[in-house]
Design a protein around this ligand. Structure first.
Ligand code: ACO
Ligand code: PYR
Length: 534
C-alpha cells in the first residue's frame, strides 16, 4: 500500500504568540522558523503581517525555508471591497508562499462579532480567497469555530468551507477554536464534512481546552483530514494548541499512522526531537515539562522497583517505544519506591558492576530508604547517590575532614551609605592532618560558605578551579516550626558536566553545607584526586 501524504502545519509563531506570557522577538522568530524547517514541517506560519512591528519586519525579510512560509490574517472587513482593505493588502504583499485566512463559520459569530449578514461573510471569504489566489499565493482558510458552528447550523458552516474551496483555496482547515469539542464529535463531523470537501484538502486546528487537542487531531486524520496544525510543546492561546512534539512521534511510530501516512519528518529528525523541544523551552526561558510525552525527562523514567526489575530484563516490558527513537533516554531511578533492580541499573550507569546476590546491596538499599524517609531525594541528586553507593561499596577516597564552620549575616551601611546585607563564612578543614582556615564573603550565606570552602583546600584546590555552583533549590518538607529543609545544589565544571547533590537538615545553612561538601567531593572523585593522609 502506498503511503498517503500527511501535511504538518506549524503555528507556533502565530497562535503560539497568542500564549499568555510568551512574547517572541524578531530573532526568536528567525531561530524558531529555522528549527521547524530542520524538523521537516511543511508549513511555517510566521505571524500576522501588518498586525504588529515584529511580524511586519519578519515578513519584510522572510527567512529562506524549504517549508512554505505562511502569512496569517483575517478575511476582508465587512463593508469594504477586497481592493480597498489595508489589512488584506498587507497580507497579499507579504513575502510569503501561502496565506492562511481566518474566517467566521459559525453564524452566531457572524451576527455578534462581525455584525454582518451570513451572505456578506460568504462573499468576504470568496473575495479574499480569490484575491490571494490571484496574487499567486497558496491559500488556506481557517474556519474559526467550525465544530461549534457545525453543531448550530451545519449548512452554513459547510457553505463557508465550500465558498473558499470554490474560490480556489488549497486547504479548508476545521478549527476547534474554543477547544471544547471531544474526539468522538470530531470524528463524526470530519467524516460528514469529508463527503463535501475532499479529505486531501481538509485540515484540523485543535485547541487543548479539554486536554484533547492531540486526540482530536488524530481523530480528524482517521476521519479523513490530511493536514494537522499545531505548535511546538503545545503552546497557544489559553490552554494551547495540539502539540506537534507529541503528534509527530505518534504519527511516525504508531503502526496505524506510520503504515498509512508519510510526513516530511525523517527518522533522523525524529531522533533530534527531545533536543529540539528542550531547545525551544530555552528560547521561551522556561523549564521543560518533565512529564511531557516522549520528550520529557520522566517519559522513560521509572522509580517503581517492580517495573525496574522487568526493564533491566527487557526494556519493552514498560516502554511503549524505544526512547532513543525520539532522542530521549531511559532512566531507572533510585528512591524509596525502588528495589535492588533499580540500584543495579543505576550502579551500572555509573560504572559499578554488582551482582544481584551481593549482600552489600541490601545495606545500601536500606540506607537509601532510611535517608529518603528523613527527607533526602536521590532521584534528583545523582552525584550524592553515587557517593553514597561508592561509600557502601568501599570506593571513595578520604579527601578531607570538616572541623567546623560558622556563618554570619550582617545588614549595615556601606562606605557610600547604602544599606547592604552581606554574609561571611569561616570554614575549618583538615587536609593531610593540617588544619586550614578560610573566610569567604558572599551575597548570601550559601554563597559565602561556598567561597570559604573552596578558598583553601590545600593540595585539592587546583582540582576545584573550574567548579561552579549553578543552581540552588530549597524545599521545606513539613510546614511546622520544626520543618526539615532539603537543599538541592546543581554544580558544573570546565568539562560541561553538571551534577546534583542534596543535603537535609532542620537548618537551611547546614543542609546547604552538606550538599556543597558532596559537590566538592564528587568533583575530586571524578577528577581522580588521590586520597589524603589520615
Ligand atoms: C481564533 C484566532 O486565534 S484568530 C487570530 C487572533 N489573533 C489576533 O487577533 C492577533 C492579531 N490581531 C491584532 O493585532 C488586531 O486584532 C488587528 C491588527 C488584526 C486588528 O486590530 P483592530 O483593527 O484594532 O480591530 P480589533 O482587534 O479591535 O477587532 C477586530 C475586528 O476585525 C473584525 N474581524 C474579526 N474576524 C474577522 C474576519 N475573519 N473577517 C473580517 N473581519 C473580522 C471584527 O469584527 C472587528 O471589527 P470591528 O473593529 O469593526 O469591531
Ligand atoms: C484560527 C485559530 O487559531 C482558531 O480558530 O483557533
Amino acid at each position: 500500500m502506498t503511503a498517503e501524504r500527511l501535511y504538518l502545519f506549524d503555528t507556533t509563531l502565530r497562535d503560539g504568540a497568542q500564549t499568555p506570557g510568551i512574547d517572541f522577538s524578531l530573532e526568536d522568530k528567525r531561530h524558531v522558523a529555522a528549527m521547524l524547517d530542520g524538523l521537516g514541517i511543511d508549513y511555517v506560519e510566521g505571524g500576522y503581517p501588518g498586525a504588529n512591528p515584529t511580524d511586519t519586519a519578519f515578513f519584510a525579510d522572510a527567512p529562506a525555508l524549504d517549508a512554505r512560509f505562511t502569512a496569517f490574517g483575517m478575511t476582508k472587513r465587512a463593508g469594504r471591497s477586497a481592493d480597498n482593505d489595508p489589512g488584506l493588502r498587507a497580507l497579499l504583499e507579504a513575502d510569503a508562499d501561502a496565506v492562511c485566512f481566518v474566517a467566521k463559520s459559525w453564524d452566531y459569530h457572524v451576527r455578534v462579532a462581525l455584525a454582518t449578514s451570513n451572505e456578506e461573510n460568504l462573499e468576504g471569504i470568496a473575495q479574499s480567497v480569490a484575491a490571494a489566489c490571484a496574487a499567486g499565493k497558496e491559500v488556506l482558510l481557517d474556519c474559526e469555530h467550525f465544530f461549534d458552528g457545525y453543531k448550530a447550523n451545519p449548512d452554513y458552516a459547510l457553505a463557508c468551507a465550500k465558498a473558499a474551496l470554490e474560490a480556489g483555496a488549497r486547504w479548508i482547515v476545521l478549527c476547534d477554536t474554543n477547544g471544547g469539542t471531544l474526539p468522538h464529535e470530531i470524528s463524526a463531523i470530519v467524516a460528514e464534512v469529508a463527503r463535501h470537501v475532499p479529505g486531501e484538502r481538509l485540515g484540523i486546528h485543535a485547541h487543548d481546552d479539554t486536554g484533547n487537542a492531540v486526540a482530536n487531531s488524530l481523530a480528524a486524520v482517521r476521519a479523513g483530514a490530511r493536514q494537522i496544525q499545531g505548535t511546538l510543546n503545545g503552546i497557544g492561546e489559553r490552554c494551547g494548541n495540539a502539540n506537534l512534539v507529541t503528534l509527530i512521534p505518534t504519527l511516525l511510530l504508531k503502526e496505524e499512522f506510520a503504515s498509512r501516512f508519510e510526513t516530511g519528518v525523517t527518522d533522523e529528525a525524529l531522533a533530534g526531537l527531545t533536543h529540539l523541544s528542550r531547545g525551544f523551552d530555552e528560547i521561551l526561558n522556561r523549564a521543560p515539562d518533565r512529564q511531557a510525552p516522549y520528550v520529557g525527562d520522566s517519559a522513560f523514567a521509572t522509580k517503581a522497583g517492580i517495573h525496574a526489575s522487568a526493564i533491566v530484563k527487557e526494556p519493552e516490558t514498560y516502554e511503549h517505544v524505544p526512547p532513543e527513537t525520539v532522542g530521549n533516554r531511559r532512566r531507572v531511578m533510585v528512591s524509596d519506591q525502588g528495589g535492588r533492580s533499580n540500584l543495579i541499573a543505576e550502579l551500572h550507569r555509573i560504572g559499578l558492576e554488582v551482582d544481584k546476590a551481593d549482600t552489600r546491596l541490601d545495606g545500601l538499599l536500606r540506607e537509601v530508604k532510611r535517608r529518603e524517609a528523613e527527607g533526602y531525594a536521590y532521584e534528583g541528586a545523582d552525584a550524592s547517590f553515587e557517593l553514597l553507593a561508592r561509600r557502601a561499596l568501599g570506593s571513595v577516597p578520604h579527601f578531607f575532614d570538616v572541623d567546623s564552620f560558622r556563618v554570619m549575616v550582617e545588614r549595615r551601611h556601606n562606605a557610600v551609605g547604602d544599606l547592604v546585607t552581606i554574609s561571611e563564612a569561616t570554614v575549618k578543614v583538615r587536609v593531610d592532618g593540617e588544619l586550614l582556615m578560610s573566610v569567604g564573603e558572599g551575597n548570601g550565606p550559601v554563597n559565602a560558605l561556598d567561597m570559604a570552602l573552596r578558598k583553601d583546600l590545600g593540595r585539592y584546590s587546583p582540582y576545584l578551579s573550574g567548579l561552579e555552583l549553578v543552581d540552588f533549590k530549597v524545599r521545606i518538607l513539613n510546614g511546622t516550626t520544626a520543618a526539615t529543609t532539603r537543599v538541592l545544589v546543581e554544580s558544573a565544571d570546565e568539562t560541561g558536566e553538571r551534577w546534583f547533590t542534596v543535603g537535609v537538615s532542620p537548618n537551611i545553612v547546614d543542609a546547604s553545607f552538606q550538599a556543597l561538601i558532596d559537590s566538592i567531593t564528587y568533583k575530586l572523585l571524578k577528577a581522580g584526586a588521590p586520597a589524603g593522609a589520615p
